[in-house]
Design a protein around this ligand. Structure first.
Ligand code: GLU
Length: 452
């Protein structure tokens, strides 16, 4: 039998190989490190996982699609963006994962997101593989007509690669209900098929699921509540610092308030808002979702309880809980040290990989409950899978039913991560628990399905 240290050496070699074979993809290296570093105990304990080529296959996407996306702005000028779809792993079901439209998107970013998605989707237990896509297109400041033309051009290529049984995209940063509408319209036009299950996050009147917009934020709050429960605490009366002001942040703030906690911040790339009375989520929705404005406008309209801090770090604001809900690597080791100094009890990731590895390490060393994104923010993709189920059955569930399912799924994910961590001598370490539990499900399916 191989020992843990021999296994660790093999995994270290593999990580070096990953860096060599995927140059200039730091986010993908970071995500691969984060997972592989925690797998030694399970690979050492279960010889079938040490089978040559298993982990090598897991870190290599099944298919990667890169394409040109030309489109015309309102003045008739031609722009050329890059489109991506990384179909990472389909052992458990069709590739599933969002599309991100943001200028920072490149292949390495999409690969990190797709890799995370494999384990996240496995943790939901819902039969969905992992994939991710997007473009370096920046929707900020673009008219609806420009966004529509971009989405149509993007889908004109993407449609060949997706389908309800093949690959099912959804939203992510920069892709919400408006974009999903334009993408679905073009897919339907080109294919001449009403194929509801090809995209999730659709509008409520045409195949979308109730609670899908809320699901990632709501789910993260439920995960944080489960971590607190484990320590004999609850959300009642706790203050929370939330970053971001998009879909995830908004519904995180809403659910915190519903469960008796108080979110006192939100942010965007221009700075952050501190609101002593707690963020007024209806005003935030109006500013961000209806007017597509910035958070300083929220502060202006809110009155004396709120102030806007240009630049700066939202993590300087003292709170019991931190729910990073903006983007990758937004919470670094200095921010983590500040949070610990201010007495934070739990950090739960609403965004994908918002805490750097050094920050995660520091928080865990300090005894802070840390919920990694692949567990804590799985509620969004889980309700996407429920949307697929409703589409398949040509039915739609009530909001109460979807919420009940979401709560069950989040509690199950919490229990699975918690128990798996204990089983592998890492009690309270949700990172190890999530990585190993997700890995076991995917690896078992890959082994059963042979070398493909
Ligand atoms: N973009 C979300 C995520 O990171 C949701 C993906 C989906 O619903 O397919 O999990």
């Amino acid at each position: 039998m191989t020992t843990r240290s021999e296994t660790r050496t093999t995994l270290d070699h593999l990580l070096t190989e990953i860096e060599y074979r995927n140059p200039a993809q730091p986010e993908f290296h970071q995500a691969a490190h984060e997972v592989l570093e925690t797998l030694a105990p399970v690979v050492a304990a279960r010889p079938e996982y040490a089978e040559p080529g298993l982990i090598e296959r897991l870190v290599e996407p099944e298919r990667q699609v890169l394409f040109r996306v030309p489109w015309q702005d309102d003045k008739g000028r031609v722009h050329v963006n890059r489109g991506f779809r990384v179909e990472f792993n389909s052992a458990l079901g069709p590739y599933k994962g969002g599309l991100r439209f943001h200028p920072s998107v490149n292949l390495g970013v999409i690969k990190f997101l797709g890799f995370e998605q494999i384990f996240k989707n496995a943790l939901t237990g819902l039969g969905i593989g992992g994939g991710k896509g997007g473009s370096d297109f920046d929707p900020h400041g673009r008219s609806d007509a420009e966004v529509m033309r971009f989405c149509q051009s993007f889908m004109t290529e993407l449609h060949r690669h997706i389908g309800e049984h093949t690959d099912v995209p959804a939203g992510d940063i920069g892709v919400g209900g408006r974009e999903i509408g334009y993408l679905f319209g073009q897919y339907r036009r080109i294919t001449n098929r009403w194929e509801a299950g090809v995209l999730t996050g659709k509008g409520q009147g045409w195949g979308g699921s109730l609670i899908r917009p809320e699901a990632t934020g709501y789910g993260n709050v439920l995960f944080a509540a489960a971590m607190l429960r484990e320590r004999g605490e609850d959300l009642e009366g706790q203050t929370a610092v939330v970053s971001g002001s998009g879909n995830v942040a908004i519904y995180t703030i809403e659910k915190l308030a519903a469960l008796g906690a108080n979110a006192v911040t939100c942010s965007d790339s221009s700075g952050y808002v501190v609101d002593e009375k707690g963020v007024d989520v209806e005003l935030l929705k109006q500013v961000k979702e209806v007017e597509r404005g910035r958070v300083d406008t929220y502060a202006e309209r809110r009155g004396s309880s709120a102030r806007f801090v240009p630049g700066g770090s939202v993590w300087d604001v003292p709170a019991d809980l931190a729910l990073p809900s903006a983007t990758q690597n937004e919470l670094d080791v200095n921010a983590a040290a500040t949070l610990v100094r201010n007495g934070v009890k739990a950090v739960s990731e609403g965004a994908n990989m918002p805490a750097t590895p050094e920050a995660v390490h520091l928080l865990q060393q300090a005894g802070v409950a840390f919920g990694p994104g692949k567990a804590a923010n799985a509620g969004g993709v889980a309700v996407s899978a429920l949307e697929m189920a409703q589409n398949h059955a040509r039915t739609s569930w009530t909001a109460a039913k979807v919420e009940e399912e979401l709560a069950d799924i989040m509690n199950n994910i919490h229990t699975t991560c918690h128990e798996t961590a204990e089983r592998y001598d890492a009690p309270g370490d949700y990172v190890t628990g999530a990585n190993i539990a997700g890995f076991e499900r995917v690896a078992d399916a890959m082994l059963a399905q042979g070398v493909i």
